[in-house]
Design a protein around this ligand. Structure first.
Ligand SMILES: Nc1ncnc2c1ncn2[C@@H]1O[C@H](COP(=O)(O)OP(=O)(O)OP(=O)(O)O)[C@@H](O)[C@H]1O
Length: 276
């Protein structure tokens, strides 16, 4: 089987700094990957390169068997749903929820001319399904964080993607919306052959369907393999360079416990004295 995404020695350099370094990774149709790493480890950079929104600077990347080119980038993007508030929040401001969802049809930021009535009906239905039925015409920068996240989820799903790339999709969602989204993701994972890549900082979001995992540290792949084998006390303590206790609950959710001491109170007290 040919991978739907294949990275060979992929790097991304900005100035003199590598944000990603020498990543080799194959993702097959129907794979469910979780990408886990600390703040600033390069997850968003990696996902936006995979989805064709940022170029790589070294190595190679093929998606559906082809490298991105100016000619094919929009066609390929249409087949990929990207949910990334870190990325899209930099671009969307005064677009309406409806227009953003419709832009998913074209793989662009804005909408083009060939919008059909059935596109509008589908976009509206998706927004209603994501509890935004009363916000269809609201501007992106007038929406709450969770509402914006739901708009981006609707945009990603609009084109019935073959690859779904989700960058911390539950961030900002309320408890109900979060469970709803996790159910949507589980359902897509179990009943379709969409390849799913899911980034989260919250291990309890790592559904049992995400059976493969890539750990990213400082822009390089620390390890990849079976989630159950990687998410254990020893491997994760080594990865985080900090002792943690990993527990897998009966519902197969993963929990990490750690004992972190804080000096903030001392600093605050100290600064009080300094201010006097
Ligand atoms: N345009 C840019 N120019 C220079 N450095 C950048 C740029 N964008 C991001 N970075 C840096 O690249 C590194 C990786 O950023 P990225 O957003 O990919 O990390 P992340 O793993 O998604 O982080 P988080 O978990 O905090 O969202 C960070 O150190 C960041 O400061």
């Amino acid at each position: 089987m040919r991978p739907v995404i294949s990275l060979k020695g992929l790097s991304h350099m900005t100035g003199s700094r590598y944000l990603l370094k020498d990543i080799n990774w194959d993702i097959n149709q129907g794979d469910h990957w979780v990408v886990f790493g600390m703040n600033g480890s390069g997850k968003t950079t990696l996902l936006t390169i995979l989805a064709g929104f940022k170029p790589l600077t070294h190595g190679s990347l093929t998606v559906f068997g082809e490298p991105y080119t100016n000619d094919n980038v929009l066609e390929i993007r249409k087949r990929i749903g990207l949910v990334s508030a870190s990325f899209f929040d930099q671009y969307y401001t005064r677009e309406s929820a409806l227009d953003i969802v419709l832009s998913g049809k074209f793989g662009t930021f804005g909408i083009r001319y060939d919008i059909q009535d059935e596109d509008i009906i589908k976009a509206r239905k998706l927004l209603v399904e994501l509890h935004l039925g009363d916000k269809i015409d609201q501007l992106f920068n007038m929406m709450s964080k969770g509402e914006r996240q739901n708009v981006l989820i609707a945009r990603a799903l609009f084109s019935n993607p073959e690859i779904l790339i989700m960058d911390e999709p539950c961030t900002g969602l309320d408890v109900y919306a979060r469970e709803h989204l996790l159910n949507v993701v589980r359902d897509l994972a179990e009943k379709t052959d969409i390849a799913i890549i899911y980034v989260t900082h919250y291990t309890e979001e790592i559904l049992s369907v995400f059976d493969q995992c890539l750990l990213l540290r400082n822009g390089y792949c620390y390890t990849m393999g079976k989630t159950k084998e990687i998410f254990n006390t020893k491997s994760l303590s080594d990865f985080l360079r900090f002792p943690v206790d990993v527990k897998i609950a009966e519902d197969e959710k993963i929990y990490i416990k750690m004992d972190i001491k804080s000096n903030v109170r001392d600093v605050i007290r100290g600064s009080d004295i300094w201010l006097q």
